[in-house]
Design a protein around this ligand. Structure first.
Ligand code: WE7
Length: 158
């Protein structure tokens, strides 16, 4: 549950098994390392209910493990409550953004700022592409984009 006080971010992609669990785990590690994790509610979710309850994709877990990051996340769909409780909802591509904007329109008292995570990238790669039908290299690219964006996002909230 997101606290109403403090800071909160929900990372979102299509199925919550590839990109958003990587973003969530990367951001949590940065917050732990910066000693600010207690100030944050950090979670991830899906626009779709397709993978609800699933572990992250094995290729994503391998990529995170390679970088000494753990996650025990299970996929869940974004809820109406998320738009009220989270301050930031950060997603990966234009399709996620339009799905989220449509969901937000059905929520009274929507508080969340829904943005592309890539809008924080100092290297200006706006879209974090779906690696589902891709290779290990595509997961590594997602990881590197998440590192750059999460670092800049955390700095902008410190
Ligand atoms: C994905 C996916 C991803 C695509 N994670 N899935 Cl088979 C399907 C159908 C509706 C929702 C979901 Cl989540 C899924 C399983 C899980 N990252 N990416 N599917 C995908 C990619 C390119 C073109 C079409 C699809 C469905």
């Amino acid at each position: 549950m997101a606290a109403s006080a403090g800071k909160s971010v929900l990372f979102v992609c299509l199925g919550n098994i590839c990109r958003s669990p990587i973003a969530e785990a990367v951001f949590r590690k940065m917050a732990v390392d910066a000693d600010v994790v207690d100030k944050w509610v950090i979670d991830s979710g899906a626009t779709s209910d397709w993978n609800t309850g699933s572990s992250p994709d094995a290729r994503g877990l391998a990529c995170l493990r390679k970088h000494d990051i753990e996650t025990s996340h299970r996929a869940r769909q974004v809820t109406k409550e998320d738009f009220i409780s989270f301050e930031y909802i950060l997603c990966m591509d234009e399709s996620n953004l339009s799905d989220l904007k449509r969901k937000a329109n059905a929520v009274k008292n929507c508080r969340a700022r829904t943005e592309l995570l890539g809008s924080y990238d100092p290297e200006k790669q706006l879209i974090i592409q779906d690696p589902y039908y891709g290779s290990d290299e595509d997961f590594e690219k997602v990881y590197e984009q998440c590192v750059r964006c999460c670092k800049a996002f955390l700095a902008s909230n410190s």
